[in-house]
Design a binder for this molecule. Structure first.
Ligand SMILES: *[C@@H]1O[C@H](CO)[C@@H](O)[C@H](O)[C@H]1NC(C)=O
Ligand SMILES: *[C@@H]1O[C@H](CO)[C@@H](O)[C@H](O)[C@H]1NC(C)=O
Ligand SMILES: *[C@@H]1O[C@H](CO)[C@@H](O)[C@H](O)[C@H]1NC(C)=O
Length: 374
């Protein structure tokens, strides 16, 4: 089959933290606040221009990203209004796309204030005169003094690259509809981002008040009483304060973005739900990039059968999309019933892939997608 001619893998770098996402005062354009996204775009444009020199086809480019990488892919799809089918790629794989749910320019200004406060500087003019290692030290100080799991720096609405907050762009389908999408998430996304000392409702509320500084107290109340009620009797999918926060954090930072992607593409997407114990955030990357290792990033034994299958979905999706003969066809089209392939631990004799209803297709995610930022 000529389609199975092989593929070229291009890995890119982009600036992170204060270097990649420098905050600025609302309305003041003294710095490019989404520099990291422009770095990615430059690399993708480079591929368009030069990949033929390596035997590649600029008309068949697939981007793949996990976590912040998945969030970056989402931002690239929504870039510059997202509507004009201008993405420098044709297919995209988003694994547990992650993003802080904010952030418009007046909200990102809080990070700018924090920068001035931490550095003792008054402006970017002064910052630019510092040696790189001093800027690195300011970056480190800002991140290490932040709240639990708070990355501080972040994609932000700059009015140009990102014209609105990503959730709104998704809900308005302001995203490049010409791209073919595979979107995945894991069964236990929230746990690594939840403070294990959580033991009351105040901690729950404080977490989201910090994450979403402009969330109204009415919305926070709805979250804490209706969406994630304090009910540990077994009618909710949590039995204590930690599990409650884990669920809400997983919804807000990961799972509901995956669901939102499916909706934004009118359910024409394919995807999987990775559920090999413990099913934590990014565990599936050890599988989709598996190169014979015995254990995953977290030291758990790798299920080789699952890893082999996942790699074949990704490679075939890249080479052939969902066309006849592609292993990616094992992943169902999401459709109106929210179908997704459940990846469980494999039995040596019997495959443990089943089509299930995506657990992220739920009213909690409807709230995050429609209710919080509406
Ligand atoms: C930024 O978001 C806050 C809270 O959602 C809102 O009050 C403010 O008007 C927004 N600013 C802009 C410029 O959109
Ligand atoms: C997409 O799937 C969701 C979840 O099942 C459903 O609510 C929605 O109506 C579907 N939309 C379309 C366009 O099929
Ligand atoms: C299938 O996967 C689930 C989730 O990982 C696991 O609990 C179950 O034991 C697996 N079944 C077999 C036959 O391995």
């Amino acid at each position: 089959m000529e389609d199975k001619g092989g593929m070229i893998v291009v890995t890119i770098n982009y600036r992170l933290g204060l270097f990649g996402f420098p905050p600025r005062k609302a309305g003041v354009r003294d710095v490019v606040s989404n520099a990291g996204l422009y770095d990615q775009r430059l690399a993708l444009d480079w591929v368009q221009e030069h990949i033929h020199r390596f035997g590649g086809d600029a008309g068949r480019v697939t981007v793949i990203g996990e976590s912040a990488g998945g969030g970056s892919v989402m931002a690239q799809l929504a870039a510059f209004g997202g509507e004009d089918a201008s993405s420098p790629f044709q297919r995209a794989i988003l694994q547990s796309p992650a993003m802080k749910p904010i952030i418009n320019d007046s909200q990102y200004e809080l990070v700018y204030d924090y920068l001035l406060e931490t550095s003792g500087l008054q402006s970017y003019e002064e910052l630019r005169n510092l040696p790189s290692k001093d800027v690195q030290a300011i970056n480190t100080a800002m991140v290490s003094n932040a709240a639990f799991a708070d990355t501080v720096f972040q994609l932000n609405v700059d009015g140009e690259f990102l014209r609105d907050i990503p959730v709104r762009l998704l809900m308005q389908n302001k995203i490049d509809q010409s791209v073919d999408i595979l979107v995945a998430h894991n069964s236990n996304e929230g746990i690594m981002f939840t403070d294990p000392r959580t033991e009351d409702d105040d901690t729950f509320r404080a977490y989201f008040a910090n994450l979403l500084p402009d969330l109204s107290s009415e919305k926070l109340d709805i979250m804490a009483t209706e969406i994630y009620p304090l009910d540990f009797s077994g009618t909710q999918p949590y039995k204590n304060h930690i599990e409650r926060l884990v669920l809400a954090v997983g919804d807000c930072l990961f799972d509901c973005y995956a669901f939102g992607m499916n909706l934004a593409y009118e359910n024409r997407t394919r995807g999987y739900l990775f559920d090999i114990c413990p099913g934590v955030h990014a565990q599936d990357a050890s599988y989709s990039l598996h190169d014979g290792e015995e254990t995953d990033y977290f030291g758990r034994p790798i299920d080789f059968l699952a890893a082999g299958a996942m790699k074949s979905w990704i490679v075939d999706f890249t080479l052939m999309g969902g066309r006849h003969g592609s292993a990616a066809r094992q992943l169902p089209i999401f459709g109106s019933t929210a179908r997704i392939l459940h990846v469980g631990k494999q039995d040596a004799t019997e495959s443990n892939f089943t089509v299930v209803k995506d657990p992220a297709a739920n009213p909690r995610c409807q709230f995050w997608l429609d209710g919080v930022f509406a």
